[in-house]
Design a protein around this ligand. Structure first.
Ligand SMILES: Cc1cc2ncn([C@H]3O[C@H](COP(=O)(O)O)[C@@H](O)[C@H]3O)c2cc1C
Ligand SMILES: O=C(O)c1cccnc1
Length: 335
């Protein structure tokens, strides 16, 4: 019997009709296969929120000013943001990574300094990240997963904070899959009609400027940002180490799309937490052949969807380990 057959047999011997735990059974199988076991674990479940600033934000592509990025990082460190609430609710280890925020932070136990620079170059002017900076993001990702408070995590949920980063995600999606801008762009933090037209015309110009990009790294370099590059790099590193990764909303999914274009095998490790209300997310998930667990109309980011999906993933692992079998519980099997 191979591992998949062993896993399936264990699932089918649980005291329930065959297949009755639906998507939880699919999740359990996925985690067991990654961990090469029939008794999976979710040690030290962790959410990492990557923060970075964007040169393009200064052009006015968001409903909020750039300072909100660092202000929200301080809010994360003070425990007051949505992700803090949900991480506490589900007892998740929460770490904030400064990938490239335009601010000098005081040291804090939950803040990881991985700053590449104080914000990217505007993609209207040039490449958001240099190839050296992309390399720095990959180096930082490696270091991150060697930390004592993260290295034993079996599962990492990814979040982000960066005013203007729905623009990066939109541009990445459009360039990676050769999609029309109008099919990828959304309102982000909630720009009004006038703001939307402005965002559209700026992104149109950015796409015109960067044509003929033909590798995922080139696309990442052109459109940024530091937090997206570090998310993609950390996902690749985490998957190579046999960890599960929880993909969050539109922006994190765009970073995942880059990671998958680099290493398609990563999909074995990926769990998609939710479908965001941001317009491009549904199509992006389709392109990735990804089925999200939740449909809650969220459009926040920060890893909030990942935190909310965690207890469902936990249920998949718990039923596998704790539920009785027909034999152990003396329940009669199907006739
Ligand atoms: C107060 C506040 C908290 C947030 N938390 C996440 N985002 C989200 O909104 C931003 C992306 O949208 P756009 O591209 O329109 O700027 C990202 O920072 C994302 O994490 C926030 C946005 C705001 C304003
Ligand atoms: O889907 C997301 O993650 C998202 C959407 C809008 C703004 N910030 C994040």
């Amino acid at each position: 019997m191979n591992l998949l057959q062993e896993i399936q047999q264990k699932i089918d011997q649980k005291t329930k009709p065959i297949g009755a735990l639906g998507d939880l059974e699919t999740l359990a199988k996925q985690i067991c296969l990654v961990q090469k076991t029939t008794s999976p674990t979710l040690n030290n479940p962790t959410i990492i929120v990557f923060a970075g600033d964007h040169g393009l934000a200064k052009e006015g592509v968001s409903a909020y000013p750039q300072e909100v990025t660092y202000q929200m990082v301080l809010n994360f460190l003070n425990g007051g943001a949505a992700i803090n609430v949900f991480a506490r609710q589900h007892q998740l280890n929460l770490k904030i990574v400064d990938a490239g925020v335009n601010f000098d932070f005081e040291p804090h136990q939950d803040l990881i300094d991985a700053k590449v620079a104080k914000g990217t170059v505007s993609s209207l002017i040039g490449n958001a990240l240099s190839s050296q900076q992309i390399g720095d993001c990959f180096d930082q990702a490696k270091k991150l997963l060697e930390r004592d408070d993260i290295k034993d995590s079996d599962i990492i949920g990814f979040g982000e904070m960066g005013i203007g980063n729905t623009s990066s995600a939109t541009l990445i999606m459009s360039a990676l899959y050769q999609l029309r801008l109008e099919d990828c762009i959304g309102k982000g933090t909630g720009v009004d009609l006038e703001g939307f037209k402005k965002k559209y015309s700026i992104l149109e110009k950015v796409l015109e400027k960067h044509q003929g990009l033909n590798s995922p790294i080139q696309i990442l370099s052109a459109f940024g940002g530091f937090e997206l590059a570090m998310i993609a790099a950390t996902m690749l590193e985490a998957a190579a180490k046999g960890k599960m990764i929880i993909v969050d909303g539109f922006i994190v999914t765009a970073a995942y799309a880059i990671a998958k274009a680099i290493q398609p095998e990563i999909q074995k490790n990926a769990i998609f937490s939710h479908v965001s209300d941001e317009k491009g997310h549904t199509l992006l998930l389709q392109k990735l052949e990804a089925t999200p667990l939740l449909h809650l109309g969220l459009r926040l980011g920060e890893g909030t969807g990942a935190a909310m999906a965690y207890p469902i993933i936990q249920s998949a692992v718990l039923f596998m380990n704790e539920m009785a079998s027909f034999a152990s519980a003396n329940v009669s099997e199907k006739e």
